[in-house]
Ligand binder design. Sequence first.
Ligand code: URA
Length: 326
Amino acid sequence: MIVFWPTVNKGVNGPPYTISASGWGCPGVAGMVYSVMALPHSMSAQELLRWYIDAGVDETIADGPVNRFQEKPKAANPAAPPAPLDLGGKKKDLADAAAPTPSSSPSLPEASPEMPLLPPQGGANGEVTSAVHLAQSAESVDELRGALETFDGCGLKKTATKLVFTDGNPEAPILFVGEGPGAEEDRQGLPFVGPSGKLLDKMLASIGLDRTGVLISNTVFWRPPGNRTPTPQETAICMPFLERLIELVDPKILVALGGPAAKSLLAETMSVGRLRGKWFSYSMPGLARPIDATALYHPAYLLRSPGQKRVTWMDWLGIKSKLQAP
Ligand code: URA
């Protein structure tokens, strides 16, 4: 969640507002729903801060709210002219007809070095290429961690407190991959140390394992703000490091925890409910042989849906026998 921060810093009389926005599938501001909550005036700065943290706020983005509807359209940045939309005659007419009128259309803010007018053209190709080179230059898990420490290509690093890379034993025969660090992981710099990590530890113990016998990592290595799902771009930028980790550890078994990790690793579009309980072959050019891979419900999902623990127990038994198999 994001928050404008007008009162505590400046002592302005008036309540601070938190704003949560959710899309309804319509592009742009017209498709967003905003809920605004006023806070009691009597709160001290410390109480207010605690209130924000409890409400899930983890970023401040501006000193005050900005009414984008009242801004005048600015001249486009000559350094980064928007690419003309090539929609073709008829389609363009339709697009124009559907476009909101200027009075209801949010204008683009003026570009500045900190906030480019347009996203970089060409997607994340440059960052992915540097990630591949950097990751491939690492010859051990420690070197890979060191390489990640120096890597600035993933935007998540800007809002995270710590790099969260691996925990456990790099010599282990089994590698678990989750989605991305949460708040507690971000504080400690270790994966799965919050509530879902506690459940993961219990499930590991149920088949006689602990963190000395497994390695744990994620598909992204910095906490997405507000625990949102990592974007495909963020996942793609971190993927060369995860792939190099898999090459270096070369585990007997690879386990994706939850749908996003399963989709990234197994390149499957099916839900985790359909992927769990099945075994796949994970192969990459850098691997001597394919690795047996499977997916489990994410521990955070199991905390919310304990009814799924029964089938997950069967999945853990499957993992145990696969580990014991010659
Ligand atoms: N959830 C994840 O997917 N990874 C973590 O490290 C913690 C929670």
